[in-house]
Design a protein around this ligand. Structure first.
Ligand code: DHB
Ligand code: FE
Length: 281
């Protein structure tokens, strides 16, 4: 059976793509963010996952307001990157992991999650930037199963539902008939609001409590409704749902996780950034 080795999380602000492209990682503005990654890369270098299941939110590229799935799972041989308007460099296609895609899709439907399966899927900055941040050199060495969660158009899935979906994905990974090593990734957050009266809103106290809860009490955030999460984290801060899905998946690996490393920095662009690695204990 496949091995679920751990979970990673990172923010996915498009400007990160430009900073990488321009080589600005050591500039004073960017350094506190990029400094979070070497310890994670060291852990990845030691653990060497073959496959990642990546929880992310499409921002209006592959899914627009006319057709908006709550949960969508990629089942494509490769995923092409496009950009829905941020002007960042397009990355080469990422390789899929078809067998795991279909095993996750079968498992989710069996467990009564009504997902959309996508045999073609364009992926935006939320899917590509974490891969570039974790594996900056050359071609991405892992294959990918992207799992998209709607945070764009209401109604959004509530936190407890997302956590349960993550758990089901974790169970699918654990029951996958393969000798491969799998990691789960959360892309998004933490607190941010890009528009409206509260543009620039950041809630450090909530973010830090949330990060702590992922280690010690992973169901803590499931007590909040979507509207409470928007109030506490900003309209785009609800991207923290990805982190809940990632943590839900890790429950399939065991009752506890170990924090390998983490970083929190305010702000990059309009966003409170976080980076985290959790190892299945
Ligand atoms: C920003 C953050 C995001 O999560 C995103 O998808 C786009 C932009 C930002 O802070 O600029
Ligand atoms: Fe985003």
């Amino acid at each position: 059976m496949a091995q679920l080795i751990g979970g990673l999380g990172t923010s996915h602000i498009p400007a990160i793509g430009s900073a990488i492209h321009k080589g600005l990682q050591q500039e004073p503005y960017w350094k506190p963010f990029f400094d979070g990654f070497p310890p994670i890369r060291e852990w990845l270098g030691a653990k060497r996952p073959d496959v990642v299941v990546l929880f992310y939110n499409d921002h209006g590229l592959n899914f627009f307001l006319d057709k908006m799935p709550t949960f969508a799972v990629g089942a494509a041989p490769e995923y092409n990157n496009a950009d829905e308007g941020w002007g960042i460099p397009t990355l080469p296609p990422f390789r899929g992991e078809l067998d795991l895609s279909w095993h996750i899709i079968n498992t989710l439907v069996e467990k009564e999650f009504d997902i959309v399966s996508c045999q073609e899927m364009l992926v935006d900055h939320a899917c590509t930037l974490p891969l570039k941040l974790f594996w900056p050199e050359g071609d991405c060495p892992v294959t990918v199963v992207p799992v998209c969660i709607n945070t764009v158009q209401f109604p959004l899935p509530k936190a407890s539902r997302v956590y349960a979906m993550g758990k089901a994905v974790g169970e699918a990974i654990k029951s996958w008939d393969s000798s491969k090593k799998v990691a789960v990734i959360a892309s998004g957050g933490l607190s941010h609001q890009l528009d409206g009266e509260r543009a620039g809103f950041i809630n450090k106290a909530f973010d830090l409590q949330f990060l702590d809860s992922l280690e010690t009490n992973p169901e803590w955030a499931t007590q909040f409704s979507i509207h409470e999460l928007v109030e506490k984290t900003g309209t785009q801060g609800v991207e923290l749902l990805m982190w809940l899905a990632m943590r839900g998946a890790l429950t399939a690996a065991g009752p506890k996780v170990r924090r390998v490393t983490g970083n929190y920095h305010i702000p990059i662009s309009n966003t409170a950034t976080a980076v985290l690695a959790l190892e299945a204990a």
